[in-house]
Design a protein around this ligand. Structure first.
Ligand code: MOS
Length: 732
């Protein structure tokens, strides 16, 4: 092939707006997913659905104490059981690798235990059933050093890392001087990602090179994690995740099953499959930390905010570097010159706390937005009007400009389409039989991020195109948008573009995490296609800006030529790269939204029914109107779970998870979800984010939903509920 390349670093504002000048008309449309038919027909192959010939099966044995040491193991007995091929107790498999590069506990040796559910051995047998049978017969002996104080947040010791505290002005004084203020404490429970597809890995070795087919979100990082865990060069590792049945952050990093399968496959010289069952997913991968949050807000007599305080207490295992960044957007969302942010990390012997969809804002924004509602009420102002008065001109913590700011637009549009003017002014005043009716709203905020990414776009001699990157599609629509970007840039109908993802041997991307996948991998595809366009323009003897590509035809001045004719048997291969630059230093970048909710609360049973939910969102250029809307739908439903249902309950005696399957850990089901109205601001562009002028949308919609719901409940009942989830027992 003829190779060309184009890279861009976001050092300056994007001037080109190239996607606004292309002619194919496919970008932003609600194009169906190219992978949709495979998924609905059951022919898309997930991690554990295809076993190479000769595959044997592993089952993890897990600790039944929260802290201590394994002092004995009936290895010999298990080895004699039918079909058993190996009993593996290997230090490399014990430490928790599941933090997505965010931080690892130091290596602690093969026998030390830090939480109930931690893997202590892998049993491998000829069949899945034989492995499970032997694992159930495993009898580890323990030195049990469990300490009840490190099993619940109340007993934990909290660290206060200096670099995670912020303060400006004098918040205490602002609170004393305020015309109106609130000083309230909220809590959110530990939660579980509960993705549809449980974690699984199938590993095999060939000529000293490891391949792991698993269910992961960030393949380049995951290959590096595997290489680190096993002491290999990354070139010796390949990770495949062509289809991923949901991740929500639990698959940002590899988990124990990947390392265990790789070790076993090497030892036995056979492919080994290790799939987690649902309870293992809950207890052995990661959870979202519970939080305690103190919010202090102050305003003057005109409802102008003078102070914002947000102090949080979260937890993780000892020595894990990640902790839920609950206050992430508090620093820039609302005005106020006196500010305090506090961050405290408790050390618990519970399953590692990791990133779960919108780590930070998902649990921080609902709480600050509920407190905003409390302050608006105290000040006698409508919650919409109160917010519109307090949108800052620049980032109030740093003074930096915003790259764009559509919060006010989202709030106004949402208020109008929802019919906010019909909200009962007096809480508890609107009743329909046994039902108390109320309306509430929340601002929606999520920081925008980008990760360095690369991609390859090949234009074949027949005028068809191939897109390749190690990006994943975790149900989000990556196959759709990357196909659309290439089709738009190259002037091809989308069925002439094939997109290959989910293979760490392909050009490295940021992967699916932090809502940065579309903007990062998408920009890399755009840059690769741009390189191909430049080559085509050379052959058309025109400036790329004067060339129109549409339906496989290039048009410049009065010349029209088909792509196959221009290529004349050649293959053009473009490589594109994108990376963050100065614009990410110079501007505060976020995606924006507003949500409005109507609830009915039964005065007889305490049941909360969500009657209506409306969301308006601005996330720069929308790349696919259908998959973007689906992301918002999913995010809002996620928020319903957070408001009303989801809570991991742990046993204070041993730190075990009590509700560890989808029967006991409640997520929203159809009847919990009303018709949801979603509006995307299709005209939004962010010239500082990337060359597509797009921003993150995957996590946006969940960042505040629970706040809109709890505010609606307060409007319905006249009572503030400050401890999520708002279950019937609390309402009655
Ligand atoms: Mo997300 S929690 O970065 O998958």
């Amino acid at each position: 092939p003829i190779e060309v390349s184009h890279g861009q670093k976001m050092d300056s504002r994007d001037q080109e707006n190239l996607l606004d000048r292309t002619a194919q008309g496919i970008i932003s449309t609600p194009m169906d997913r190219p992978d949709g038919p495979l998924k609905v027909s059951g022919t898309a192959t997930y991690a554990d659905e295809d076993h190479p010939p000769g595959t044997v099966f592993g089952w993890l044995v897990r600790a039944t104490v929260a802290k201590g040491w394994v002092t004995g193991f009936n290895t010999g007995e298990l080895r004699d059981m039918p079909g058993v091929l190996a009993v593996i107790r290997d230090e490399r498999m014990i430490r928790n690798p599941a933090q997505g590069g965010a931080g690892k506990a130091p290596y602690q040796g093969p026998a030390e235990i830090f939480y109930k559910g931690q893997p202590v051995a892998l049993i491998v047998a000829e069949t899945f059933e034989q492995a499970r049978d032997a694992a159930l017969a495993a009898r580890p002996e323990y030195l049990d050093q469990s300490d009840k104080a490190t099993l619940t947040p109340d007993g934990a010791e909290y660290e206060t890392p200096p670099e995670q505290q912020q303060s400006q002005g004098d918040l205490d004084q602002a609170m004393r001087d305020a015309a109106f203020s609130v000083d309230v404490e909220y809590s959110t429970p530990s939660m579980s990602h509960a993705a549809m597809e449980p974690h699984a890995a199938v590993a095999w070795w060939q000529d000293g090179r490891l391949t792991v087919r698993g269910s992961y979100q960030m393949l380049h990082t995951n290959a590096q994690e595997l290489a680190d865990s096993l002491g290999l060069d990354i070139k010796k590792v390949r990770v495949l995740s062509q289809y991923v049945g949901g991740g929500f952050g639990s698959k940002l990093g590899i988990s124990h099953e990947a390392v265990a399968a790789a070790i076993a496959a090497q030892k036995l010289n056979r492919p080994v499959a290790v799939a987690l069952h649902r309870r293992q997913v809950f207890e052995t991968t990661t959870r979202r930390s519970e939080s305690r949050q103190r919010v202090r807000l102050a305003c003057d007599a005109q409802g102008r905010m003078t102070g914002v305080g947000h102090e949080v207490w979260v937890s993780n295992l000892p020595d894990e570097s990640f902790s839920e960044p609950v206050t992430q957007s508090t620093s820039f969302t609302w005005a106020g010159e006196n500010r305090v942010i506090g961050h405290h990390i408790g050390r618990l012997n519970l399953t590692a706390a990791g990133s779960m969809r919108a780590p930070g804002e998902a649990i921080g924004v609902p709480v600050t937005e509920a407190a905003m509602d409390e302050l608006a009420e105290a000040a006698g102002l409508d919650p919409v009007e109160f917010r519109l008065r307090n949108i800052p001109e620049t980032d109030p913590s740093t003074g930096k400009p915003f790259s764009n700011h559509r919060l006010a637009d989202c709030i106004r549009r949402g208020a109008e389409s929802f019919g906010w003017s019909r909200r009962p002014k007096q809480p508890g005043s609107l009743r329909q039989g046994e039902w108390l009716i109320g309306m509430g709203m929340s601002a929606i905020i999520r920081v925008h991020m980008m990760g360095p990414s690369s991609a390859r776009v090949t234009l074949n001699p027949d005028g068809s195109a191939l897109v390749e990157t190690d990006m994943t599609d975790i149900g989000t629509g990556s196959y759709s948008i990357l196909t659309q970007i290439a089709a738009e840039m190259l002037g091809l109908p989308p069925d002439r573009v094939t997109t290959m993802l989910g293979d760490s041997d392909l050009p490295a991307s940021a992967g699916s995490g932090g809502s940065q996948g579309a903007g990062s991998a998408g920009s890399a595809v755009m840059m690769a296609a741009k390189a191909v366009r430049q080559k085509l323009a050379e052959r058309m003897e025109c400036d790329p800006d004067e060339m129109t590509l549409k339906d496989g035809i290039a048009i410049a001045a009065n010349r029209r030529r088909g792509l196959a004719e221009i290529l004349a048997g050649d293959t053009l291969q473009g490589t594109g790269t994108i990376q963050k630059g100065q614009t990410y230093q110079d501007t505060r970048q976020a995606s924006w939204g507003a949500e409005f909710c109507e609830v009915a609360v039964s005065s007889v049973t305490g049941e909360v029914q969500i009657r209506r939910l409306t969301g308006v969102f601005a996330a720069g250029r929308i790349l696919n109107a259908k998959t973007a809307r689906s992301q918002c739908l999913g995010g809002m439903i996620f928020g319903i779970g957070q408001a009303l249902l989801e809570s991991v309950q742990t046993d204070p005696r041993d730190g075990g998870f009590v509700n560890r399957d989808l029967a006991e850990y409640h997520v929203p089901a159809n009847l919990d979800v009303p018709d949801i109205e979603i509006e995307l601001l299709m005209d939004d562009r962010d010239a500082y984010s990337n060359p597509m002028q797009a921003k993150g949308i995957g996590e946006l919609a969940t960042c505040g939903t629970a706040g809109a719901i709890v505010n609606a409940i307060a409007n319905a009942t006249g009572h503030r509920f400050r401890h999520f989830p708002i279950t019937l027992d609390k309402v009655l």
